[in-house]
Ligand binder design. Sequence first.
Ligand code: GLV
Ligand code: MN
Ligand code: MN
Length: 412
Amino acid sequence: MSQAAAVSEQRQWDRLMAMARIGAIPGDGVNRACLTELDRRARRLLIGWANEIGASATVDAAANLWLRREGTDPRAAAVVTGSHMDTQPNGGRFDGIYGVIAGLEALTALHDAGTTLRRPIDVVAWTNEEGGRFAPGCMGSMAWSGCRRVEEFADVVDPDNVRFADALDAHLAAEADLPRRTLGSQPHAYVEAHIEQGPRLEALGRDIGIVTGIQGSRWFTVTLTGETAHAGTTPLALRRDAVQDMVRAIAALNALMHDPNDVLRFTVGRIVVEPNTSNSVANRASFTIDLRHPDKDVLLARGDAVAGVVQAAVRDAGVMVQETFHALPVAFSPLVIDAVERAAAEHRYGHLRLASGAFHDAQFVVPVCPTGMIFVPCRKGISHNPAEYAEPSQLAAGTRVLAHVLAELGNG
Ligand code: GLV
Ligand code: MN
Ligand code: MN
């Protein structure tokens, strides 16, 4: 039996549904923020399944969790697969966790098929890909790749004012029984499976997306400081209203980000107003900007213009603009792209080359080793939404392609 034939659609689906119960929210969604008790429960469940096939678990200083199936050559660099286990606050059952469960299913299939490989295979669950609790996302993969130091994130706070460093320390203390692995390594290759999170594969009736790269992203937090005042008595001319200036700033940013071709993505997704009461003028308004574009020059030019445009638009408030995330567009490696395409063709899955609109941990692995991704369709492209759904058979198809690719690269 080949490793692809040993992939079990049912086992993978059951594991995804077991994971979906950890942090379940109404409407089939999941809210499992990173470095929480729910995150730890999900990791323990994963480690238990990995131990059943003799894979060992280790953790690094950024709390990235690593599951290893040994190869025959102790000196050979590993092939790494995986994704993330944290979700958006209103997340679905597949974003991230599919790539981790698919990695484990592929390892299990290699085990069940009795396939020995020269290289070790590592399944990694990266810490805080979503950035939903601590911004920005991809902290674990950025720290591992050396793009940022984990200490740089120490003072980032969650909405309850918990510092990232404190959440990380508490988490590592709870996982003190796991052997520590050094942060950073030099794998032979990295391949990450993920739902597409867009509508193209479904619309074109294809099972497998061969991902060619990822568009660039920049995140900013804009903080406007005015002065609180009585809503019934303070004449408009005497106000320094942070909310009114926020409205002016967002209108000006909409004009800056206008793209008649609808390629540029501009989102204001989080707004915090203080004191946030109906009969007081706001003294503080902060909002996030999520800007994405596949062209580096456009991404840099529009992003670099943010601070000036906000400054020019506001009337009364003080302005502070902080950039919290800066990920340039990346192109994936032909080594992985071609291996994924060969595997999809061999299994007769309809496939398509496409670029990713979402960012992924794979973006930060690109400078370290040959990297690529496998996408599977998701219903209507819906994601970051409890209604996110992917067909069990298409999730299994992605995992068969992954198992095939791991077997090929694992002997390469
Ligand atoms: C990942 O979650 C993204 O926002 O692209
Ligand atoms: Mn994801
Ligand atoms: Mn996501």
